[in-house]
Design a binder for this molecule. Structure first.
Ligand code: HEM
Length: 126
């Protein structure tokens, strides 16, 4: 298997990840019933987000914390929601790519999940 090399690979990773997310009952509920995510808008933002993180670009200009706090105010997030998210994220990568950029993606996902959990569920300034 190869490492994540470019935007096309990021698109593969992101599309496949959210495909799996939507098969999970709890996450499907949060994304599609609670947030009613507009996927054709959300997915390209996620390509920008991951391309910015993994390849040090400045393409993404969203506010994930605000979106997650809003989601939490509509439907209380639980610690296990983040575990499910991370588990799907990592399993998805296992099936697609391997290499240093993949490890960077895993680390960043884990640290952002932890910070997001603290700032939503535990409502602490970070
Ligand atoms: C329990 C876990 C999570 C849930 C249920 C969740 C759900 C959501 C939802 C509903 C949105 C709003 C989509 C929209 O309407 O545009 C969103 C946005 C986003 N999420 Fe998450 N998320 C989770 C964890 C994460 C993690 C761990 C990361 C980062 C690695 C992340 C990154 C983002 C980004 C970058 C956005 C876009 C923000 C923007 O467009 O301003 N999420 N998420």
């Amino acid at each position: 298997m190869e490492d994540i090399k470019n935007r096309a690979d990021i698109k593969t990773m992101v599309d496949s990840f959210y495909n799996e997310v939507r098969k999970n009952e709890r996450l499907h509920f949060l994304f599609d019933e609670t947030a009613k995510v507009n996927w054709p808008e959300h997915l390209p933002r996620m390509y920008d987000f991951w391309e910015s993180i993994l390849f040090d670009k400045a393409l993404f200009s969203g506010n994930p914390m605000q979106k997650h706090q809003k989601l939490h105010s509509m439907q209380a997030l639980k610690p296990e929601d983040f575990e499910i998210w991370l588990s799907i994220f990592n399993k998805n990568l296992d099936t697609l790519f391997e290499g240093p950029i993949v490890e960077k993606a895993r680390q960043r996902a884990e640290s952002i999940a932890t910070i997001t959990k603290i700032k939503t569920i535990y409502n602490k300034p970070f």
